[in-house]
Ligand binder design. Structure first.
Ligand SMILES: [Zn+2]
Length: 179
């Protein structure tokens, strides 16, 4: 947007306003480009036919008017889940207390469900909405008995999502009952 200064002075922009329209192919947009330009990639994805992350409805586990909970498309572990707010909040700091409590109360239940369905040893929780723009969400990452404990679990390599129909239907049933 700084290119604008080549055509209009800062003073004129301040006095009259100016609108910049940036045109590019949807395929060339990355989350980083959006974040760097102050645009939330999660909201952008929702408003633009899931062009960024793809359709996650096949991975959806639970939805209401406050949150959505789904299996991650490129999971760091089997049973890697995201809980994201429906409304946009840049990060946890920006979200109101009732939403934060709701998300964490839900996460508590979700962790129990993940542990039961995947038979993992533990479930890690993290939220790290950083950068100039992000969308408040928490990640639940399972750790299995054969894996080492510790913070490396937060950055395990991402894998290709493979749908396990049996586990998916079990998860959905448990979420339905618990909530
Ligand atoms: Zn957003």
């Amino acid at each position: 947007m700084k290119d604008m200064y080549a055509y209009y002075s800062k003073e004129n922009i301040k006095a009259y306003g100016a609108l910049a329209i940036y045109i590019c192919r949807l395929e060339s947009i990355t989350p980083k480009i959006l974040v760097d330009n102050g645009i939330c990639p999660t909201c952008f994805n929702k408003e633009n036919h899931s062009c960024l992350y793809g359709d996650s409805s096949d991975k959806m586990l639970y939805q209401d008017d406050k949150i959505e909970c789904f299996l991650v498309g490129a999971p760091r572990a089997e049973g890697h889940v995201i809980i994201s707010t429906i409304k946009h909040y840049k990060d946890m700091l920006e979200a109101p207390k009732d939403i934060v409590l709701y998300v964490y109360g839900f996460a508590h239940k979700a962790m129990q469900i993940i542990k039961e369905v995947y038979q993992c040893e533990s479930v890690y929780l993290c939220t790290m909405c950083d950068g100039p723009m992000n969308h408040f969400h928490v990640q639940l990452i399972s750790r299995y008995a054969n894996e080492e404990r510790g913070s490396k679990n937060f950055v395990k390599p991402r894998n290709v999502y493979i749908c396990d129909e049996e586990k998916l239907s079990k998860l959905r049933k448990l979420f339905e009952v618990l909530i």
